[in-house]
Write a protein that binds this ligand. Structure first.
Ligand code: NAD
Length: 469
């Protein structure tokens, strides 16, 4: 069994218990990680507190150098890490390489640069001198869907800011976190600056959220667990950052390039087998173009070849676990019970082993249906018609408790921008504008609190102090 990473060394968990790691494509046991205990969290927090004065006092440029070295090692080991993620999480290898490994390596490198270039302490307002100081000990709790990226989005800025960290990676796909801890160890991050306790959410996640020695908790995961984390953190008035679920809309106006809009929407809905918080899972199309849009979506969906993550032709890997597959299948059944029309895909198991679900498209989805409101987290796209004008389309787009991402498509960019301004959501792609890993990412409404990535992401980990001179 693997060990926890505490105070600069690999150590056995006080619990002695383990969690099985399963390959979702083969259903085989591939590893075991410690099921940590609250005593392990106490040890990790003590190490992080002890390391805080020296690390927060280290020149930001020095912190940046260590992060740059870690980013470099991630790039050098990209093949190995992409294989780990393809194996424990099920992302097709190409995606595991480009999006799951090289993107986080780039994000970590961006925080190495920001540590050097960010203005921590020269701002003046009248007779006041403004200092930006690290929040302190950060508890980071992360999900399995982009297992390395979600970690780097927290640990990168926290370390750049001068905070020390206790990480709890997801127990479902934890192996990339172990690789990253090994890299931090190799590049000489001082003991206690980064600590990792693997284990279950209700045990380790809750111990971190409630711990009086943790100054801030940064959580990415479901809205349900995020609420629990926020409630526990409130007992010590911790700073809280939450990156939660989504049910994002791709809103297509009648003068848009329909073929391009549908193709990109389907790709966005199905990337990572639909296990993406910002996935555009609701395509909102004018009634006059509805049948054509549904046909285009079906054609595009059928090109998503389901298969082993290491087969070159695979565009859709398995879902991460049997639990996740069963949950998605329950939603597909529910959609049919509610009267939505299944136009492709469905509940058949496309391969004889592995937690696969076929790429699925529902037509005739009406606002308010469960499949239109709740995050499914699988390869399921709902196509929703509107028949009046822009106002109706905007109201459907805004009609869920979530607000993480979205898209607007229009012939005229300025019209698309004016519609995007009316959406209650944190990010909007205009006519397919591509993802920018330096732009702020985060949610309105129940999709979260705070922003990750770039300078906005760094500032989440900074307190502001003013000296009156
Ligand atoms: P999850 O909420 O089940 O788990 C996320 C993490 O929280 C895991 O480490 C888990 O062990 C831990 N956890 C679970 N219960 C906890 C509790 N009671 N207290 C503290 N920690 C707890 O989510 P998941 O299934 O791993 O990930 C999928 C969810 O994450 C989806 O809802 C998705 O939208 C969301 N997500 C959001 C973003 C974003 O940036 N907004 C990014 C990725 C994933």
């Amino acid at each position: 069994m693997r060990h926890l990473y505490l105070n600069g060394a690999w150590q056995a968990s006080a619990s002695g218990e383990s969690i099985d790691v399963i390959n979702p494509a083969t259903e085989e046991l591939i590893d075991r990680v410690p099921a940590g205990s609250p005593a392990d969290v106490d040890a990790a927090v003590a190490a992080a507190r002890a390391a805080l004065p020296a690390w927060s006092g280290t020149a930001p440029a020095e912190r940046g150098k260590i992060l740059a070295a870690a980013a470099e090692l991630l790039r050098e080991r990209a093949d190995q890490i992409a294989r780990i993620i393809a194996t424990d999480m099920g992302a097709p290898y190409g995606l595991a390489m480009k999006v799951q490994t090289l993107m986080p390596a780039g994000v970590l490198a961006s925080y190495a640069s920001l540590a050097e270039s960010y203005d921590f302490d020269t701002e003046r307002i009248g007779n006041s001198w403004i200092l930006r100081e690290p929040v302190g000990v950060v508890g980071a709790i992360t999900p399995w869907n982009y297992p390395l990226h979600q970690i780097v989005c927290k640990v990168g800025p926290a370390l750049a800011a001068g905070c020390t960290v206790v990480l709890k990676p997801s127990e479902v796909a934890p192996l990339a976190a172990f690789a990253l801890a090994g890299i931090f160890d190799e590049v000489g991050l001082p003991p206690g600056v980064f600590n990792m306790v693997s284990g279950r959410g209700p045990v380790i996640g809750e111990a971190i959220a409630a711990h009086p020695g943790v100054d801030m908790v940064s959580f990415t995961g479901s809205t349900q667990a995020g609420r629990r984390v926020a409630a526990l953190a409130a007992t010590t008035v911790k700073r809280v950052a939450l990156e939660l679920g989504g049910k994002s809309a791709s809103l297509i106006l009648p003068d848009a390039d329909l073929a391009a809009a549908v193709k990109v929407t389907v790709a966005n809905a199905f990337i990572n087998s639909g296990q993406t918080c910002s996935a555009w899972t609701r395509m909102i199309v004018h009634r006059d173009q509805y049948d054509e849009a549904v046909d285009l979506a079906v054609q595009a969906a059928r090109k998503y070849t389901v298969g082993d993550p290491f087969d070159e032709g695979t565009k859709l890997g398995p879902l991460v676990s049997a639990t996740q597959r069963d949950r998605v299948i329950r939603y597909i059944n529910r959609g049919q019970e509610e009267g939505a029309r299944l136009v492709t895909g469905g509940t058949d198991h496309p391969l004889d082993r592995g937690f696969y679900v076929e790429p699925t498209v529902f037509a005739g989805v009406a606002p308010g249906m469960v499949i239109e409101q709740e995050e499914i987290f699988g390869p399921v796209l709902s196509v929703i018609p509107y028949s009046r004008g822009e106002d109706e389309a905007v109201s459907i787009a805004n009609g869920t408790p979530y607000g993480l991402a979205g898209a607007v498509w229009a012939g005229d960019e300025s019209r698309a921008v004016s519609v995007a301004r009316r959406l209650s959501t944190g990010q909007v792609a205009i006519n397919g504008g591509r993802f920018n890993p330096l732009a702020p990412f985060g949610g309105y409404k129940q999709s979260g609190i705070g922003r990750e990535l770039g300078e906005f992401g760094l500032e989440e980990y900074l307190e502001v102090k003013s000296l009156q001179l």
